[in-house]
Design a protein around this ligand. Structure first.
Ligand SMILES: [Zn+2]
Ligand SMILES: [Zn+2]
Length: 147
């Protein structure tokens, strides 16, 4: 089943097949808090080649906690954050779950960066929680080896 999403103004649209989703996570890191203006970002891991994006995405680059360069993609008209990825690992994209047209199907696996979570948006106690980044990049590399 295809899932679709867009930024607020509709200049950027994307689609992917639901079954191609690798996983979904809440990230409570400070950068995600700033980028979203919320207590966390909820992100969907999807292989780049399975993701179709239309529209001109602008990127803001910063250093991630693991020394990687994180590129956060947004719409330069409405400012919505849509997609991000680690420059060193461009084969995986992270879609911001809130930009989906319909997202009730999504199952969030775990929370990252519980240590920087806000008291008013504590990590979900019903799912696994990591203090920091659970060695995400090597996990993804393992996923790709097994594909
Ligand atoms: Zn827009
Ligand atoms: Zn984050």
């Amino acid at each position: 089943m295809y899932q679709t999403g867009s930024c607020q103004c509709g200049k950027i649209n994307y689609s992917f097949k639901q079954e191609d989703v690798l996983s979904a996570h809440h990230c409570h890191c400070k950068d995600c808090q700033r980028a979203t203006g919320c207590g966390k970002a909820t992100i969907i891991y999807i292989p780049n080649k399975k993701l179709k994006i239309d529209g001109d995405v602008k990127f803001y680059e910063s250093k991630g906690s693991m020394g990687t360069t994180i590129r956060r993609g947004f719409c330069d008209i409405c400012g919505s954050g849509i997609v991000s990825y680690a420059k060193e690992l461009p084969m995986i994209k992270f879609i911001k779950a809130g930009t989906l047209d319909y997202s009730s199907w999504l199952k969030v696996e775990s929370s990252f960066f519980a240590k920087s979570s806000a008291d008013w948006n504590a990590p979900d106690e019903n799912i696994k929680s990591f203090e920091g980044n659970p060695n995400m990049l090597s996990n993804i590399k393992n996923v790709f080896k097994s594909l």
